[in-house]
Design a protein around this ligand. Structure first.
Ligand SMILES: [Ca+2]
Ligand SMILES: [Ca+2]
Length: 353
C-alpha cells in the first residue's frame, strides 16, 4: 500500500515540475520604469514564472536593458535559467516596438528564426505595422519536440487587414520551415471596435477550418473593467501541435483576481492579461538539459526584407498600401490621414472594410 502512495506522489510531483505552459503577454509599453518599480517587478515575476515560454509584445526600448534586467531578476527569483530572443525594433515611424520570447533555456532551444517579409516599407506596400517574428523551438520536456511560434501585435486601426494577412504568414512559414506545427500568438486586437462580427467572414485565418482558435470571443483579455474584449489569441495549426495542447487549458490569466490586486495595481503592470495554454509533457522525458549560455539576450536580427525599388507602385492609391504614410507620398493611407486631410481618394474603399 505504502509503495502505491509513494508512486502516486512521485507521479504527481513529476507532473507538477514537468508542466509546460506557453503564454502570450502584451506588457503595455514595457520599459525600464516597470523593472525599477519593485511592486510591478514583483508582479511581473510572479506572472512570468508560471510559464516555460512567453511571447512578449510592446517592448519599447531599442537597447535591451529593460528586458534583460527583467530576465535576470526572474532567474534570481526562481533559480531557473530563462533567456530571451529579441526581434528588431519594428514599426513604420519613430514609434517602434520589439517582440521578445522569454524561454527556459535548459529545456527549450530556438533553432531558426526570422522576421516575416511583408514587402517594402519605404514604398508603403508593406502589410504589417510590426511584421511577425517567427521562431522554431526544440523542446525537451514536451511530447511535441519541435514547433513554431509566430508573434504578432497588430495595428488596431488595421486589425482586420492584418489578422487576415496572418494567413499569408502561416502559408509562408509552412513552406519555409517545412512544418504544419505552428502557433500564431499575440495581441491581435481582434474584438470590440477593431474587429467586429461582420468582419470575420472576410478573414481567411478565421475561415480556414484546419486552424484552431483557442481563445474565443467570450474571453476578456483586457484589464479594464469597462470592456470585455478578446484581443489576445492563440491560433494553432498542424494535427500534432493541436493534439499537443491540453484541452481546456487556454485562457486569459486574470492576475488582478489571482493575486488579489486592485484594478489600479493590475493596470500598473499592463492593460492586457496574459493568455496561457498548457502542452502535454513527455512522460518518457530523459532528464536531459540543453547547455546554458553565459549571456542573456540573443538578438533576432534576421530580416528577410531585401532592397526594394518601388517600381510599379501607384503612390496615388491605397490599394495594398493601408497604414502607409510618408511626407514623400502624394497622399497617405494611415489612420490619421482623415484628420490631416491628406488621404488618397480611395482610402476608405481599400482600408476601412
Ligand atoms: Ca512592415
Ligand atoms: Ca476587461
Amino acid at each position: 500500500m505504502r509503495w502505491l502512495i509513494v508512486l502516486a506522489l512521485t507521479a504527481y510531483l513529476l507532473q507538477a515540475c514537468l508542466a509546460f505552459k506557453i503564454a502570450s503577454f502584451n506588457i503595455q509599453r514595457f520599459a525600464i520604469s516597470k523593472v525599477d518599480d519593485p511592486f510591478v517587478l514583483d508582479l511581473l515575476i510572479r506572472i512570468l514564472r508560471r510559464y516555460e515560454l512567453i511571447s512578449v509584445q510592446e517592448v519599447m526600448n531599442s537597447d535591451n536593458t529593460a528586458i534583460i534586467r527583467l530576465v535576470q531578476e526572474l532567474n534570481l527569483a526562481t533559480g531557473l535559467k530563462y533567456n530571451v530572443l529579441i526581434s528588431d525594433h519594428l514599426g513604420r515611424s519613430t514609434y517602434r516596438e520589439k517582440y521578445v520570447y522569454i524561454y527556459r533555456e535548459d529545456i527549450l532551444k530556438p533553432t531558426e528564426w526570422y522576421h516575416y517579409d511583408d514587402d517594402c516599407e519605404v514604398c508603403g506596400t508593406d502589410t504589417f505595422m510590426r511584421e511577425p517574428f517567427v521562431v522554431r523551438f526544440s523542446s525537451l520536456t514536451t511530447e511535441l519536440k519541435d514547433f513554431v511560434l509566430a508573434t504578432i501585435h497588430t495595428s488596431p486601426d488595421y486589425a482586420v487587414l492584418e489578422v487576415d494577412a496572418l494567413y499569408d504568414v502561416w502559408e509562408d512559414a509552412k513552406q519555409r520551415l517545412l512544418t504544419e506545427d505552428i502557433m500564431i500568438l499575440g495581441d491581435y486586437n481582434s474584438d470590440c471596435s477593431y474587429v467586429k462580427a461582420s468582419h470575420w467572414p472576410t478573414i481567411r485565418l478565421r475561415q480556414d477550418e484546419s486552424l484552431k482558435w483557442l481563445i474565443g470571443e467570450g474571453a476578456d483579455t483586457t484589464v479594464s473593467p469597462n470592456n470585455n474584449c478578446a484581443y489576445d489569441r492563440f491560433v494553432v495549426s498542424g494535427l500534432r501541435m493541436q493534439r499537443a495542447v491540453i484541452p481546456g487549458t487556454a485562457k486569459p490569466l486574470n492576475f488582478e483576481v489571482e493575486y488579489g490586486l486592485t484594478n489600479d495595481e493590475a493596470k500598473a503592470v499592463s492593460d492586457h492579461y496574459p493568455i496561457e495554454v498548457e502542452l502535454y509533457e513527455d512522460v518518457f522525458y530523459s532528464g536531459r538539459y540543453f547547455e546554458i549560455s553565459s549571456t542573456i539576450g540573443i538578438s533576432g536580427g534576421l530580416s528577410l526584407n531585401g532592397v526594394c525599388d518601388c517600381a510599379g507602385v501607384d503612390f496615388a492609391s491605397c490599394n495594398g498600401r493601408c497604414g502607409s504614410s510618408s511626407k514623400n507620398f502624394p497622399c497617405n493611407c494611415n489612420a490619421t490621414c482623415s484628420s490631416n486631410g491628406n488621404c488618397c481618394t480611395d482610402y476608405k474603399a481599400y482600408c476601412k472594410p
